[in-house]
Write a new protein. Structure first.
Lengths: 206, 471
């Protein structure tokens, strides 16, 4: 089983993804999900926003020369990011594109949980702070955006904002239990006890 | 102090509190489909784990399955690959698969209730956001991602944070030509697409009480479109009657014990809620989406809202929607030409939906140039509809009658929009590109409204066809 990996700090070149209610169909269109692995999904992130019907680039920020960089990336988003479908293909695609942390005003529930399960922190910051951060990054995208998960801040140059996480996700990420399988499997005896007490598990017999 | 159904179910299924403060929650029913499961099975294999309760998982195929022919191998090689993967995975891990030849195949959220697998007081999880549908039976049901599918397979549990509960009451009586779909679109329109984040929606009130189980499924189905990961209706006599005699429902000799337990899981009269909102059913009109998320909806007799009517943080999405949909603010949506009509999906692909659409289909013929599809939600729905002759009604009116599956709801099979086509659709998402063409346009509405649009070739008010008093 996977080693415990604590996610306490993520830093990388920033990429702002502006807009409220960006749904997971937009992050990864369904036709790219016709596969039995997540391999190679990264290149299809935001595909229909990036390419027209002829496959020509439409000038999306993911293809903007100013925002090209190798290594870890940190995304900055607005409200309700990742709404819609439960497809884990969405965070998988972003992660494989390089995004290992996201700062935003708010996140859809299932998307948020999927990110935690991959060890990708989705930190929440105020609208004002997100705006300032986006503006700073758009003015100069060459800095490192440092997300201090443990300390609940995000720093870009001289700019430092508060970034929060709900307590459950905070502890999962910082203590390295975000891959929940191990801990859930450990509780198997208690699981059997809980199951036995549920009348439907016995088909209501006795 | 009284408890809500959510609290009772949560407490009964809580295995323990995890160090993170989350609950290790036992999952009573795990449903699986071909798109979000292959990677989960692979992870299980890599970690050398076997499901401890394989009999509590059931699989079917719905998303990629073609609706014109079931000839194997499928023409689409990728679809065939996914199909063989789920067959292999279910065999290897001892999970029952309802494949196309089983007689039980269908959209996962249609077959769960239909087979009596979904029951009140259960926790239900599936790698699919519309798992909220099963809440109609008084289950705590929610969508999960693929890593969580792996967790359920490995442990029959999930690490979860208990949501808050908002009671959404719809009182009064619906007018003629107004359906469950209109109620849910109205609720989302009013509470917003992110209004439900962090909440479970408990739907209640006179309108919900009067609804059939299938109508309640339509309402719970779209909870996620309002941001709520789960939605439920408290179990009542209708719930019990619905389950009686279904294949996986409790046996006759235990049924009374079951119904007593089920009814006891309903929220107490003095339960407390984090929030309560109320709507008047009589004020709801047939509702249609005009934009690119399900909250961008209007009554069919209203005009497309002006930019000034939106809160500042919604204006940008509205501007994006006008441009994408090619619509003018302040003009009516009624009369907008459509190219395709789609009746089906886990929202509105059940027998009662097809009956309502067929009532309208009897009044005319599909407008030449419009492609109209009826895709039953399951093999059982198809069979029941055919027994009533609904397929003949649709065919006579110029609709295609297809084999069950998700079809044009998300277009992972060959049923897709092309180019800028406009589709009147009984499904649940009008996101950009959702129906298979990156520039295709979707108008969500009730199945009766879709049938009416198919006949007129444009968005119309179904009440002009059916009258206003047949509610
Ligand atoms: S019908 Fe549509 S929303 Fe429902 S499960 Fe299938 S693809 Fe998902």
């Amino acid at each position: 089983m996977a080693e415990l990996i604590r996610v306490t700090k993520v830093s990388g070149r920033p990429i702002p993804l502006r807009g409220n209610d960006i749904d997971t169909d937009r992050i990864i269109p369904a036709r790219f999900m016709k596969a039995i692995t997540f391999d190679g999904l990264g290149q299809y992130s935001f595909y229909d926003e990036r390419f027209d019907a002829k496959g020509q680039q439409k000038g999306h920020i993911l293809d903007d020369p100013r925002f090209q960089a190798k290594g870890t990336r940190v995304a900055i988003v607005n409200k309700n990011f990742g709404c819609g479908s439960s497809r884990e293909h969405a965070p998988q695609a972003l992660m494989r594109w390089g995004i290992k942390a996201i700062i935003g005003e708010s996140f859809a529930d299932i998307f948020f949980g999927n990110c935690v399960a991959l060890g990708v922190p989705c930190m929440t910051a105020s609208e004002a702070d997100v705006n300032v951060l986006m503006a700073a990054v758009e003015a100069d995208p060459t800095g490192e955006l440092v997300v201090d998960v443990q300390g609940k801040t995000a720093t870009y140059g001289t700019l430092k904002v508060t970034a929060s996480l709900p307590p459950g996700a905070y502890s999962q990420l910082t203590e390295g239990t975000w891959d929940a399988t191990r801990i859930l499997v450990q509780g198997i005896e208690q699981v059997r006890t809980t199951a036995k007490a549920l009348p439907y598990v016995r088909n209501f017999a006795g | 102090m009284g408890k809500t159904l959510l609290d009772k179910v949560w407490d009964a299924h809580a295995v323990r509190e995890l160090p993170s403060g989350q609950t290790q929650l036992f999952i009573g029913l795990h449903l699986i489909h071909e798109v979000t499961s292959p990677q989960a099975f692979q992870m299980l294999r890599e970690q050398g784990l076997m499901p401890p309760f394989p009999e509590r998982s059931f699989a079917t195929v719905d998303h990629i399955i073609p609706t014109d022919t079931r000839q194997r191998p499928y023409l689409d090689e990728q679809a065939e690959g996914m199909m063989s993967a789920i067959e292999r995975n279910c065999r290897e891990f001892g999970i029952r698969l309802f494949d196309a030849t089983s007689g039980h195949q269908g959209i996962v959220h249609v077959i769960g209730p239909e087979l009596g697998l979904t029951q009140p007081g259960m926790t239900v999880a599936c790698g699919d956001s519309h798992t909220s549908t099963h809440g109609a039976l008084g289950a705590v049901a929610f969508g999960i991602g693929t890593s969580q599918v792996r967790d359920v397979l490995a442990s029959q549990c999930l690490a979860m944070q208990r949501p808050k509960v908002r009671r959404v009451e719809v009182n009064g009586k619906l007018g003629g030509g107004v359906y469950a779909k209109d109620v849910t679109l109205h609720v989302i329109r009013k509470l917003g697409v992110k209004g439900g984040v962090g909440f479970a929606y408990e739907y209640a009130g006179e309108v919900l009480d009067a609804m059939t189980m299938e109508e309640r499924m339509t309402i719970c189905n779209m909870s996620i479109e309002g941001g709520a990961r789960l939605g439920y209706v408290n179990p009542d006599q209708k719930t019990v009657d619905y389950l009686r005699g279904r294949e996986f429902a409790p046996a006759v000799e235990h049924f009374d014990a079951a119904s007593t337990w089920w009814r006891a899981m309903a929220s107490d009269a003095d339960a407390t809620y984090s929030d309560v909102v109320r709507f008047d059913g009589a004020s709801i009109a047939p509702t249609v989406t005009w934009g690119i998320n399900p909250g961008q909806a209007i009554g069919v007799d209203e005009n497309i809202p002006m930019p000034s009517s939106f809160a500042e943080d919604e204006r940008e999405v509205a501007e994006d929607a006008y441009a994408y949909m090619d619509l003018e603010p302040g003009t009516p949506l009624r009369g907008m030409k459509i190219d395709v009509a789609f009746i089906g999906s886990c929202t509105n692909g059940r027998l009662s939906d097809l009956r309502e659409a067929a009532k309208v289909a009897r009044t005319g013929k599909v407008k030449p140039g419009v492609k109209a599809l009826v895709v039953p939600g399951s093999a059982a729905v198809a069979e029941a509809a055919e027994k009533e002759g609904l397929h003949e009604v649709f065919r006579a009116a110029g609709f295609e009658w297809r084999l069950p599956g998700c079809s044009m709801c998300l277009a992972m099979n060959p049923d897709k929009l092309s180019g800028r086509e406009v589709c009147a659709s009984s499904s649940n998402r009008n996101f950009k590109g959702r129906q298979g063409s990156p520039s295709g346009r979707t108008l969500l509405m009730s199945p009766a409204m879709v049938a009416a649009a198919a006949i007129e070739g444009a968005v119309v008010d179904v009440r002009d066809i059916l009258g206003r008093n047949n509610g």
